[in-house]
Design a protein around this ligand. Sequence first.
Ligand code: SAM
Length: 240
Amino acid sequence: MPFEIVDFRHRAQLTELMDEPCTRAELRACLRDLARLNRWFLAYRPILRWLGDVATLGPARPLQILDVGCGYGDSLRRVEQWARVRRIAVELTGLDLNPDAVAIAAEATPPTSKIRWVASNVFHWQPDKPVDVVVSSLFTHHLAEPELIRFLQWMELNSERGWFINDLSRAPIPYHLLRLFTRLVGLHRFVQHDGPVSIARAFVPDDWRRLCLEAGLDLRDIAIQPCKPARLCVSRRKTP
Ligand SMILES: C[S@@+](CC[C@H](N)C(=O)[O-])C[C@H]1O[C@@H](n2cnc3c(N)ncnc32)[C@H](O)[C@@H]1O
């Protein structure tokens, strides 16, 4: 994609290579490199910090955590490790539309893990027991506006204790830096393309204010926070 055509005033109407049909081997190589980027750019930090606050309040039973659009599953594996170290009881479910992603997440997970992996479209999935918190990472920028509003409403309806969106901040400097970085390091070709495209499809705080209002949420209940580097997180905590 020639970078001259990106207009950062609006979410770009671009598609990502990882959303096109591809072999499982190709998707695995892409998701592995995406997980490396997540590690290098401290992507798990905002979710862990937020979970730390949520876990201290509420009923004394395992915290039910759902990760929507879990991809490689690296976020949930990190949450499981974090909870084990802090002796926080959790039950973790990773959900992804793509059955290949779910198979890849399961095979990348050690046999000692208790994470449950589910292949489903989030909008067609009915939790079998109440979900305490819904989290997602690099998922929401894949959705069109009507689906985004629907997702906000879905999380509001299906979470007992709140939800956390960890996504990207739309801005030219991170876009160009990520474009250069993915090429220099030689990451998978999907990541070289999709990384900067994801930033162009991502959000600024005003997008989230408008979307939350359209979803019928009260902005006083919502936190919209930039998290370095290049993330914009949106969260809602409910009083148990
Ligand atoms: C960029 S990946 C993010 C993977 C991972 N969460 C991360 O942070 O690296 C987005 C994932 O969302 C999944 N996805 C897209 N639409 C979905 C839907 N409606 N329901 C569930 N998963 C969906 C895709 O299959 C893809 O694996």
